[in-house]
Structures are given as structure tokens and as C-alpha cells.
Ligand binder design. Structure first.
Ligand SMILES: [Zn+2]
Ligand SMILES: [Zn+2]
Length: 647
């Protein structure tokens, strides 16, 4: 129903069920309908009213206090600081007008709450905001703080953006024959520029908009981009807003092969929503800004600027796992844990009223890791699954996490005894935190000598973002990082490399040491500096713990490349690779073949059709064949630009 009717119906239903409450306004906020009231208590006491309204209009309804009730933010902050005793160790106070809450981050939440919640009540009476007390994260994240400040800065602008998004979502779906299609726009039979278009009669949703960072730089700013210029995505008749037919963009996780080109949409006038989890938003902002910075400093062409990254953040709507949201007139989205990196999501799309269901896995780990639970595979309904195939090949069996850890220990020990240094190229997000946890635990238990570990690139920042979102981590790690004494990330064995001077020192140090550095596939970043200086010494070791894409330097070295042409102080030099090269497989954030098959086999309910993607050609084909042989289901290894009608 048109949005005016939705709002009208919400008001009428509330008037009917609770004529005595005062509603000051009703507004659209992206997928939500927000009701402002002076009677928050009434709704708190009668949750059934909102439930009924939500059922009637089939929308998510949010109740918020009328802004005039709330104390001005800076006065409220002062009042809270006056009321709460110092021992509470307040670290931060910030306001969330979306919920009418004030969040108080404290070292001792119990003190802020007070006996029987007394102090909390007092705070509420005074400032009128609803206080929510959380334990201060054990690591402070610059990115999370900056994100909060930025969102505050653009709050008004965002309101308008969200209202327009809401209007669009609430347009009536087209009538007539209903169908569902998907189109492979990138990352099919390859890894690197993931993008899938879901099309129905009414709507178009783009899932992921990745960039292949390993694509050869041919001076074309679009090299490595998905096929976004196909007519169903790009409208050539509208030079200002060629992407205007897209209803929504959904991002499964923060890796550049999934989000790297999303800011480009905003360069070309896209003004719709981008859905992702909150940690994905923060990690993506960090990685994208870093990508632009590094690429520019290396003289590479970047297809967009940092202002387009900001534009994307302004249009981002965050969803939690398990929260179902309308993202188009006939499409509902629910995210679930994918186990791959912080905030990574398996995306479930419900189309029409029971018409069809698609699951796009994004990258998944179907095994509990040191950081996360195994990927989720229970859904109310699912007909088609689009699954990653990074390790879907016939031979792709990986050792367990435990075996991988043992191997790492053994290699570190061997290098240490030779007096060599260890270089581990890692993605800032995911593998680096796991490797940190494993090394720290061996050293704490005395199974490895205490060798200093240097973190270069965005690794430390990424680690702090993990601590800011404990609800996304598995229970064991959550408990560990909140126990101050045992918090592995705070161990003194970790050292941050924050300047190039510091890096020089580490490079020329003669002590045994371990360096974790980006980029994970050695196609840029500080890892190359260490490599240049350490490669010719056979006592040193280079350890690969993550996937190395075709075309990257990492892959070439892994395959035995003995000489690398690089530049040192602006002059070309040939680096001889004499250092020991090792690959440890079990650390991957991707499922191996067994886990991928198990993910589908144990999926509930069983899907009718599986489409493979995100793997080299033979892997995508192998996985499709394997699943078909074993379970008789229809499988396809689509090629980029192919379209399938699902219904
Ligand atoms: Zn990934
Ligand atoms: Zn990926």
C-alpha cells in the first residue's frame, strides 16, 4: 500500500486500540514506521498494541519519545556525570535519538545501575532519556567513535534520506504474473568482484558490489569492477542517476571483494539504502578509506573518492542478525551469522507473500572458530542457495583449526631456533585476529618463547572494532576479552607499528620477531616493505595463512616464484626469494569442501537448487557436480552475466 496509507492506517489502528494516548507524529524511517509519543510508559506497559499495529500494516513499528520531552544532550551528559559516582569509571556517554536512549559506557556498570536500579531511575527522571548501561569495551576503537560522531553530524540529512527510502519501499508492488530472476554480475567462476542482482517484477536488489583488487591495473578505473553497466542495472538514458532502478544494495561483509566498489554507486547518483550489519559498516569504512589512501599513494587509479565512502555510510541501514526487514515492496531481508569475519552475514531474501526464498551465503565458515560460531543454516523456507566455493574443489580439504595451530607453532619454533624473522601477510580483518589469539595462547602457556609480535597496517584498528561488538563473537572469546587480566588482545607481546620510522626499526632489528602485516595477498601495503628486506635471508620465514587470489604477488610466491621485481627508494630492484615459504591452510575464514557440502546437506529446510560462485572456475564446477551427485538437487555454476529464472 502507498506510504500515505500506511501512515494513516497506523494512526487509525492506534486510535482505535488506545484512544487515550497522545501521538505527536508518525514518520517513515527507511524500512521502519516510527511513532512519536508523549506516552512512552503506555507502550512499555502494553506491547500488544504495537504488535497488533505491526500485524495490521505488516511493517516494523518503532515507538519513540517525542523529542521535546528529552533533555538537551550536553546538559543531560553533565547531569549524568553529576549523578554517577566516580568509581563507576564512566568511559563514554552518547545519545541514540533513534531509540530515545542514552548509552553509558562504564567500567563498573553495577554502580551506574545502583541498588535495585535506583540510580538508573534517578537518571531517567532527570534527563528523560532512557539510560542503557554497558560495560566499557576493553579496547578503545577510534573508528567506532568517529563513526558515531559522523552519524551525529549527518543526523538531519539522514532523516530525509531515510524518509525517501521509506516512501520507495512502501510503493505498491506491480500486479500481474510474478517471477524471480538472479543475474551473476561478478565473482562467478572467479574470486574478487562479487555481485549478484535479484530481480522481481517489481524490484531490483544488488547483493554485494565487490572489487577485484588483484585485477591488472590497465589504467581503466573500472578494471576489477562487476558488470554494473548492464542495462538492467545502469540506465544510460539518465546520466545523473544511472542506478536509479536499484531498490537496495545489500553487503554481506566488509572485505573489498564484496564492498570495494559500493561507493562507486554514490558517485553516479545512487541515493538508495545499503543494508549491512553495524560491524560491517565500521570495518568497511576503515578498509575502504585505507584502500583509497594506499592506492593513491601507490599512484593507482581509484574509481571513486573518500567523499563517496561517506555518502555510502550516510545511506547505510544496519540490521542485526535475525532481524527481518522490508527492503523493497516485495522483498524482505534477514541476516544471519556467517562465521567468516566480524559482522559477516548469510542473507535470506523472502520474496512476495510466500512466493520464493533465496539464501546468499556470502563467504562462510561452517565450523566454530576462535572468533565466531559456525555459519547459520536454518531458515523458515529456502528454495535457492547461492553459495561460495573458494575451497569447493575436489581436493580442497583443510586441516582442523587445532592442526593448523600446531603447524604454526612448529614453524615459528623452527624459525626462532635458526635466528630468523617471521612475516605473516594477513587481511586486517579476520585471520589476523585468529593468528594473534593462537600465538598469544601458545606463549601464555609457555609452549612458545615470548617473541614480540608486531602488528602493521590496519590490524590493530580492526581488532578494537571486534571488542566494540562483543555480541558478534563466540561466547568463549567474549568472556575472555572482558576479563581484564586475561584479555589476549591486551597482551604485552603485541606491539603496534604506527609510523614508518617504527617500521624501519622493526625491519632492521636483529632480534627474533614476528610481523603480521597487510595486505593479505601481498598486492600492496606495508607487508611489501618487510618482504623486500627479509626475502633474501634463508633463516627467515614467510607464512601464508589466508587465500591467495590468482594474479596476486602472494599467489606467485606461494607457487614458487624465485625473483620479484620491486622498487626500493624509487629504483627498480630484483628481490631474490631465499626465505622459507610456508602455507598453513586451516586458518581460513572459508569453509573447505567438506564443510560447504555439510552446510548444504544439513540445511533446514533442504533447498531445491544450489548456485555456486566465489571460487576459481574448476572449484565452482566441482562443488556444483559434487552436490548434484550426492543429493540430486539442481546445481549450477553460473558464469558472469548469466541470468537464471528461479520462479
Ligand atoms: Zn570475505
Ligand atoms: Zn570474498
Amino acid at each position: 500500500m502507498p506510504w500515505e496509507d500506511v501512515l494513516k492506517q497506523v494512526r487509525e489502528t492506534i486510535d482505535e486500540l488506545a484512544p487515550q494516548v497522545e501521538i505527536t507524529s508518525i514518520d517513515l524511517e527507511g524500512p521502519l514506521v516510527v511513532v512519536y509519543t508523549r506516552d512512552m510508559e503506555f507502550f512499555a506497559d502494553h506491547p500488544e498494541v504495537i504488535k497488533k499495529v505491526a500485524q495490521t500494516v505488516r511493517r516494523r513499528i518503532f515507538i519513540r519519545p517525542d523529542p521535546s520531552l528529552l533533555m538537551d544532550e550536553s546538559t543531560a551528559k553533565d547531569e549524568i556525570l553529576k549523578l554517577v559516582p566516580e568509581e563507576a569509571g564512566i568511559k563514554d556517554i552518547y545519545f541514540e535519538p533513534e531509540t530515545g536512549e542514552v548509552v553509558i559506557e562504564a567500567e563498573a556498570p553495577g554502580i551506574v545501575i545502583g541498588k535495585d536500579g535506583q540510580l538508573l531511575n534517578e537518571i531517567k527522571k532527570k534527563v528523560k532519556w532512557a539510560p542503557r548501561v554497558v560495560r566499557a569495551p576493553p579496547l578503545e576503537s577510534r573508528i567506532v567513535k568517529e563513526m558515531r560522531e559522523y552519524l551525529k553530524l549527518v543526523r538531519e540529512e539522514r532523516r530525509e534520506i531515510l524518509r525517501n527510502i521509506g516512501k520507495r519501499i512502501n510503493r505498491p508492488p506491480l500486479s500481474g504474473e510474478q517471477w524471480v530472476r538472479v543475474e551473476a554480475l561478478g565473482g562467478y567462476r572467479e574470486v574478487g568482484r562479487s555481485s549478484t542482482l535479484i530481480m522481481t517484477r517489481t524490484s531490483k536488489v544488488l547483493v554485494d558490489c565487490g572489487l577485484n583488487v588483484a585485477a591488472p591495473d590497465k589504467g581503466d578505473p573500472w578494471s576489477g569492477a562487476p558488470y554494473l553497466y548492464v542495462p538492467e542495472v545502469w540506465d544510460p538514458s539518465d546520466a545523473e542517476k544511472p542506478f536509479k532502478h536499484l531498490d537496495a544494495v545489500v553487503i554481506t561483509h566488509a572485505h573489498l571483494d564484496h564492498v570495494g566498489l559500493a561507493p562507486l554507486l554514490f558517485k553516479y547518483g545512487y541515493d538508495g539504502p545499503v543494508y549491512m550489519t553495524a560491524p560491517t559498516r565500521d570495518l568497511a569504512a576503515m578498509l575502504l578509506i585505507d584502500y583509497v589512501k594506499v592506492a593513491q599513494s601507490e599512484g593507482k587509479k581509484v574509481p571513486y573518492e573518500s567523499k563517496h565512502i561517506k555518502e555510502m555510510i550516510k545511506h547505510t541501514i544496519t540490521l542485526k542478525y535475525g532481524e527481518t526487514t522490508d527492503i523493497a515492496p516485495d522483498i524482505r531481508l534477514t541476516f544471519h551469522n556467517a562465521g567468516h569475519i566480524l559482522g559477516s552475514a548469510v542473507s535470506h531474501f523472502h520474496i512476495g507473500e510466500g512466493l520464493y526464498n533465496i539464501v546468499i551465503t556470502g563467504d562462510i565458515k561452517f565450523e566454530r572458530s576462535w572468533l565466531f560460531n559456525a555459519a547459520h543454516n536454518r531458515f523458515p523456507r529456502v528454495e535457492t542457495v547461492i553459495i561460495e566455493s573458494t575451497y569447493g574443489g575436489r581436493e580442497d580439504f583443510q586441516p582442523s583449526r587445532r592442526e593448523a595451530a600446531e603447524r604454526l607453532k612448529e614453524i615459528v619454533m623452527r624459525t626462532y631456533e635458526k635466528g630468523g624473522k617471521i612475516l605473516i601477510p594477513v587481511f586486517a580483518v579476520g585471520r589476523s585476529q585468529e593468528v594473534m589469539l593462537v600465538l598469544e595462547s601458545f606463549m601464555r602457556k609457555g609452549e612458545l618463547p615470548e617473541i614480540p609480535i608486531y602488528l602493521d597496517g590496519m590490524i590493530w584498528e580492526a581488532t578494537t572494532i571486534h571488542a566494540a561488538y562483543p555480541e558478534y563473537l563466540n561466547k568463549d572469546l567474549r568472556e575472555l576479552i572482558f576479563q581484564k587480566k586475561e584479555n589476549p588482545f591486551l597482551s604485552p607481546i603485541f606491539h603496534r607499528v604506527e609510523s614508518s620510522e617504527r617500521r624501519e626499526e622493526v625491519i632492521s632489528s636483529s632480534d627474533p620477531l614476528i610481523v603480521l602485516s597487510t595486505s593479505g595477498m601481498m598486492n600492496g601495503g606495508p607487508v611489501l616493505e618487510y618482504f623486500k628486506h627479509w626475502a633474501d635471508d634463508p633463516r627467515n620465514t614467510l607464512i601464508f595463512v589466508g587465500y591467495q587470489a590468482v594474479g596476486t604477488l602472494g599467489r606467485k610466491i606461494q607457487n614458487g616464484l624465485k625473483e620479484v621485481l620491486m622498487s626500493l627508494a624509487g629504483k627498480p630492484i630484483t628481490i631474490k626469494v631465499e626465505m622459507n615459504i610456508e602455507t598453513i591452510d586451516g586458518f581460513s575464514g572459508h569453509s573447505d569442501r567438506r564443510q560447504l557440502i555439510q552446510y548444504i546437506a544439513s540445511m533446514n529446510p533442504k533447498p531445491e537448487r544450489v548456485i555456486t560462485c566465489h571460487g576459481e572456475e574448476n572449484k565452482c564446477i566441482d562443488l556444483a557436480i559434487g552436490l548434484h551427485r550426492r543429493y540430486g538437487m539442481e546445481t549450477m555454476a553460473l558464469k558472469n552475466l548469466e541470468v537464471v529464472r528461479l520462479r
